[in-house]
Design a protein around this ligand. Structure first.
Ligand code: ATP
Ligand code: MG
Length: 787
């Protein structure tokens, strides 16, 4: 144990104190929302530093977003009154990039590797799917990408997949080939995709124990926030880092593994679709024997009414330990409910309410509006603009996804990592230089013949067998890249000033003719594109100010790892709009949860997924628990999408909130009574009552699903899924079901069993639900009862 200054413990409750001061190998802090998990983690770091039990460089803290990392670092510095240099507080991805940049040359990459975002890897996979004519076997770029990602999150590489897959199935064989080729292409391009950043670091540590030892020796205290959302690869990474140091021959004062602290809340696990595995929490005590477990039960964020509502909702999930969250701040205001006739009516309510709160003295920055899908923000924006409410969409602007920004980044990448063929090909004819597909193919062929990179082939314009005009165009592009390289990566080996990135980018955009082409264009959109590029140059300048030693690679890394929650712009004076997923970990005085309708939350794509509706309930729980003082729940009875108007039903989650906690400004029943909107759907229901089926099918949300993250249907994976369920879940044991039996399901209602397949714990009931349609259920764990 060490000395902890009392002032770091001031105001903490006994459990929080224990979590800050416990000194042992492994500590698990499990607690509900707003109970101080993140605060405790921060104080724990501060106490280790203050007590001189650790140097800053011995600390590795993992947060879920870059923004959260920045806040934690700042808070630690406030607490210890020092700038703690050398401390790693970052996301999993950033930490792995730092490790990989240092170690890449150990295994066939260089430190200037490119990070492919999901659009880049999609482009690569698309090319492969076409090349292998895989669509004939039902393989689409999206499905291949989703599957590769899932495999990587489980640490399965192309070889291990090929060993275990059913290779007599031609589609499986083809997938295995594409996976392997994709991996080879990444390596040739000196690139990692997002999932690789974690997986390759794990492989690196496993293949090179002495490298792993370096980091084990360095990081003596590892702390992980939001542990419930770690996937298997991330789990394995932490496991590698906390193992005892292997090289005991060396002179060491410490050989034990690092101390590990993880905090999490299984009720807030919302990334199962991305491979997050709740077992990492439920089995922590098994994986780290002797681990100390601390429970925090006092909530310091929300009023009792908000907490009661959130607790009531989450208690409907069957695979959880019950937690008793309480607060001593009092009941507070009731939750405000509102049902609009349309999404515009709903948005108007939100805008009016925001203005009323603002007039009453609440700053805009203390208010947030949440929705399930990005496209729901459109109606809100329209009304907010009209009402002159200042707002900011978190993650909605997608600045770095814009074509012109991607082009500019590709120019920078072509300088930093010439092996990255994807980027070089991207800028080949941007702006238009008359270089078409035929020329591109000749360059690729020349590169293959000469065994040089695509980029190097550009330096041999005259040997490419193309016309003189095109030769000149290629030579000019080559010259611009060479000139920019001299600025940003001087051959002298001397570190260029951090302003070199801004300078190099400006040169690339000007001398390539890219900016001129936009300026000369008559397309009004191109004016906005020029402004966006100016903005990018401004970002590089700001980067130089914030990172005096920042290199081109540092800049590219920062951009590659920007996530939805890490908005660049300052949102302090504005209302924040964001998806429920992005809201994780944040808090606001006033929160508006919008679109509380069936098919939105729970989202319709979750209905057929095992565990889908449960995960949606956790997402809704996350949304509710962001509110400190005021919570608003709203919905629309009709929702127009793509010119089609359809009737919406109140979400089942609304029904789970005790009726007297909600003060309905306009309830679904009110609308019914007046016979407006939604009357067809609401016929015969009691006012405010929400018995309810999903709405009829159709493509209501059609393309709207795009902003949602991928989900792989685990059709053939039910058995595996069964293994993933923590041991404490409900167990229907020997429930005998036969065709013709009627059952009731917690989420889907009543239905009739058509068929039972499988054996033992893997028995699956094929059920035709009266309202929800056909579903397959794993009998052992499904929330069902026989009627
Ligand atoms: P989430 O589950 O949403 O991530 P959390 O458990 O990480 O929440 P924090 O964000 O750390 O909770 O804390 C919630 C709020 O409660 C913060 O505003 C924090 O400053 C405050 N808080 C935490 N502990 C205390 C305490 N002992 N006294 C007063 N306020 C506290
Ligand atoms: Mg937190």
């Amino acid at each position: 144990g060490g000395r902890v200054d009392e002032d770091l413990l001031v105001g903490l409750n006994p459990q929080q104190r224990e979590a800050v001061t416990y000194r042992g190998q492994a500590l698990l802090i499990v607690a509900g929302a707003g109970s101080g998990k993140t605060s405790v983690l921060t104080r724990r770091i501060a106490s280790l530093l203050r007590g001189r039990e650790a140097w800053p460089s011995q600390i590795l803290a993992i947060t879920f977003t870059n923004k959260a990392a920045g806040e934690m670092r700042e808070r630690v510095q406030q607490l210890i009154g020092d700038t703690a240099q050398g401390m790693w507080i970052s996301t999993f991805h950033s930490a792995c990039v730092r490790i990989l940049r240092r170690e890449a040359d150990q295994f066939g990459f260089t430190k200037s590797f490119t990070i492919y975002d999901s659009g880049d890897s999609r482009a690569l996979i698309k090319r492969l799917v076409k090349q292998y004519e895989a669509d004939a076997f039902g393989l689409t770029p999206a499905s291949v990408q989703g599957r590769i990602s899932k495999l990587k999150n489980e640490l399965a590489d192309a070889e291990s997949f090929a060993r275990t897959a059913n290779m007599s199935d031609p589609a499986e064989r083809l997938f295995a080939e594409i996976f392997a080729d994709y991996q080879r292409s990444l390596q040739r391009a000196n690139a990692f995709d997002f999932d690789d950043l974690i997986a390759q670091t794990v492989y690196l540590f496993r293949a090179f124990p002495h490298v792993a030892d370096t980091y084990r020796r360095r990081f003596r205290h590892i702390l992980v926030d939001e542990y419930q959302d770690t996937n298997h690869a991330q789990y394995a990474l932490i496991h590698e880092l906390t193992r005892p140091i292997e090289d005991v021959g060396a002179l060491l004062d410490e050989t034990d593994g690092a101390s590990l602290t993880v905090v999490g809340d299984s009720d807030q696990s919302i990334y199962a679709f991305r491979g997050a595995d709740i077992r990492n929490i439920t089995e922590f005590e098994r994986d780290y024997p002797g681990a100390k477990v601390v429970l925090l039960e006092q909530n310091y964020r929300s009023t009792q009414n908000i907490l009661t509502a959130a607790n009531a909702v989450i208690s409907n999930n069957f695979d959880r330990k019950d937690k008793k969250l309480w607060t001593d701040v009092g009941a507070g205001d009731k939750i405000v409910g509102f049902t609009g006739y349309s999404q515009h009516d709903e948005a108007q309510f939100v805008a009016d309410e925001v203005e009323a709160l603002h007039r009453a003295g609440l700053p805009y920055g203390e208010m947030a509006v949440f929705y399930r899908t990005n496209s729901q923000s459109r109606a809100l924006e329209e009304i907010f603009i009209r009402a002159a409410v200042p707002y900011k969409i978190m993650g909605g602007t997608k600045f770095y996804d814009r074509a012109e920004i991607k082009d500019a980044m590709a120019y920078l990448i072509a300088v930093a990592n010439p092996a990255d063929e994807l980027s070089v090909r991207r800028i080949l004819n941007k702006p238009r230089r008359g270089i078409g597909d035929v020329t591109e193919t000749s360059i690729a062929r020349y590169a293959a013949d000469q065994d040089i990179t695509f980029r190097d082939a550009l330096t041999h314009a005259s040997a490419l067998g193309v016309g003189p005009k095109i030769q000149t165009a290629i030579a000019q592009l080559d010259a611009v890249l060479v000139e920019a390289t001299a600025i940003m990566l001087p051959a002298s080996g001397e570190a260029p000033p951090s302003t070199a990135v801004a300078e190099g980018l400006t040169l690339l955009l000007n001398k390539s003719g890219y900016l001129d082409a936009l300026r000369m264009s008559k397309d009004p959109q191109d004016e906005a594109r020029v402004e966006n590029l100016d903005e990018l140059v401004a970002v590089t300048r700001e980067f130089a100010r914030n990172n005096p030693d920042g290199t081109l690679l540092d800049f590219l890394t920062e951009v590659a790892l920007v996530s939805d929650a890490d908005d660049l712009a300052d949102a302090s004076g504005t209302v924040s709009l964001m998806t429920m997923h992005t809201a994780k970990g944040l808090e606001y005085d006033a929160v508006f949860v919008t679109g509380v309708e069936e098919d939105l939350i729970p989202h319709r794509i979750s209905a057929g997924e095992p565990g889908g509706p449960q995960e949606e309930r956790r997402l809704f729980y996350v949304a509710l628990t962001r509110a400190r003082k005021r919570l608003h729940l709203s919905l629309a009875m009709t929702r127009a999408q793509f010119g089609e108007v359809s009737v919406a039903m109140p979400s089942r989650f609304l029904q789970e909130i005790p009726y007297d906690l909600i003060d309905w400004r306009q309830s679904p029943g009110d609308i019914n009574a007046r016979g407006q909107g939604g009357s067809r759907a609401l016929n015969g229901r009691r006012p405010g009552g929400f018995g309810g089926s999903g709405t009829s099918g159709g493509s209501r949300y059609g393309d709207d699903l795009v902003p949602l993250p991928r989900r792989d249907k685990p059709a053939g994976d039910l058995a595996k899924f069964a293994n993933r369920i923590p041991a404490k879940v409900r167990d229907n044991g020997e429930m005998e079901l036969a065709p013709g039996d009627r059952i009731r399901h917690e989420d889907f209602g009543e239905g009739r069993v058509d068929q039972v397949t499988g054996e033992g714990a893997k028995r699956v009931a094929h059920v035709r639900f009266d309202r929800a349609g056909q579903k397959k259920l794993l009998i052992k764990i499904a929330p069902i009862e026989k009627l």
